[in-house]
Design a binder for this molecule. Structure first.
Ligand SMILES: Cc1cc2nc3c(=O)[nH]c(=O)nc-3n(C[C@H](O)[C@H](O)[C@H](O)COP(=O)(O)OP(=O)(O)OC[C@H]3O[C@@H](n4cnc5c(N)ncnc54)[C@H](O)[C@@H]3O)c2cc1C
Length: 294
């Protein structure tokens, strides 16, 4: 793809595509672009996500697409502006990334009495349904509808079924989500808004790619790493990134969350230089007023 090519992903409600009460999960990223805070809609490099309302985006992107058109060398999307009118956006490409629903209908689950809510097979976190001997994992067991979540659920389910007594139910709050666009987007845990909604007092740290030597050396100065902590305990609540290779970097925060790491331990960890991973360190330092390279 040439540097000048822009992508325009359009996320519309699954309900618009297929009659279902369940809306597929959409990326749970912060509404924050690589260089701006809380820009609405988020503009990530050349990418403009347009989404319908969804549980994860918390209604923050009420820009439902009402019309699409292919031109000779461009594409347009007409979107609701949220004020009763519409706006037309033109870009080189337009991607329609519509919702996904589990295939749970007409395969005999109703007859067996398997509990299904809003198109999702209800499980106990180890894949057990309400009917003994019937298990569900992956997309049919609900969002996030991601391959790594499905695989992990499969392992947990089999281990529990085999009688292992050290199997812990899946913690959906610690599953990373990655979007393999350009620039990449990655996140884990709570957004700022969600953390506040859940009653947390928070501290937020941000670090721009522009302050990182490796990012500049790679020719990738656009991006942001953001870390969210519980103010009093230092519990890591979430991390959100946009920029080069963030789908690789997010794992650092995933491990930190799973180990219930606090800001103290992250600040004292030594990060190799020059690496993109140093931005994880700096974002944590920024949350506590100790950032170095800004
Ligand atoms: C285009 C696309 C890109 C994606 N990219 C990513 C990504 O980059 N990263 C990521 O983490 N996730 C990605 N996902 C999501 C990921 O593919 C799914 O979350 C994952 O495959 C779910 O695994 P699963 O086992 O639940 O379902 P599936 O992988 O869909 O497997 C279900 C299987 O059941 C079979 N089946 C269905 N109905 C029946 C029936 N009645 N009888 C017998 N067999 C049946 C299907 O044929 C299929 O083989 C993507 C999904 C799509 C569609």
């Amino acid at each position: 793809m040439s540097a000048g090519t822009w992508l325009l992903p359009v996320f519309v409600m699954a309900a618009k595509v297929r009659a279902t009460p369940f809306r597929h999960d959409t990326p749970r990223e912060e509404p924050e672009g690589p260089s701006g805070r809380n820009s609405t809609p988020p503009r990530v490099g050349g990418v403009i996500p347009l989404r319908g309302d969804s549980p994860r985006t918390e209604g923050r992107y009420p820009r439902t697409v009402t019309r699409r058109e292919r031109l000779a060398d461009a594409a347009t999307a007409t979107v609701e502006d949220g004020k009763g009118g519409t706006q037309t956006i033109t870009a080189d490409r337009l991607i329609s990334a519509v919702g996904v629903v589990g295939n749970v209908e007409n395969i005999g689950l109703e007859q067996l009495g398997v509990k299904i809510e809003r198109g999702i097979v209800v499980t106990d976190g180890l894949g057990r349904t309400n009917v003994p001997g019937i298990y569900a994992i992956g997309d049919v067991a609900g969002p996030p509808m991601l391959a790594h979540k499905a695989e992990h659920e499969g392992v947990l389910c089999v281990e529990a079924t085999a009688g292992r007594n050290d199997v812990h139910p899946l913690d959906k709050g610690k599953i990373p989500g990655c979007t393999y666009c350009h620039p990449q987007i990655a996140s884990v845990g709570l957004t700022e808004a969600k953390a506040k909604e859940q009653g947390f007092e928070i501290r937020v740290g941000r670090f721009p790619f522009l302050g990182n030597g490796k990012a500049i050396a790679l020719g990738e100065p656009d991006g942001l790493v953001k870390a969210i902590f519980e103010k009093n305990t230092g519990q890591l609540l979430g991390a959100h990134m946009v920029g080069a290779e963030v789908t690789e970097l997010i794992q650092g925060f995933v491990i930190a969350m799973n180990l219930e790491t606090t800001e103290e331990e992250l600040m004292h960890a030594v990060f190799p230089h020059p690496t993109l991973s140093e931005m994880m360190h700096e974002s944590v330092l920024d949350a506590y007023g100790r950032v170095i390279h800004v």
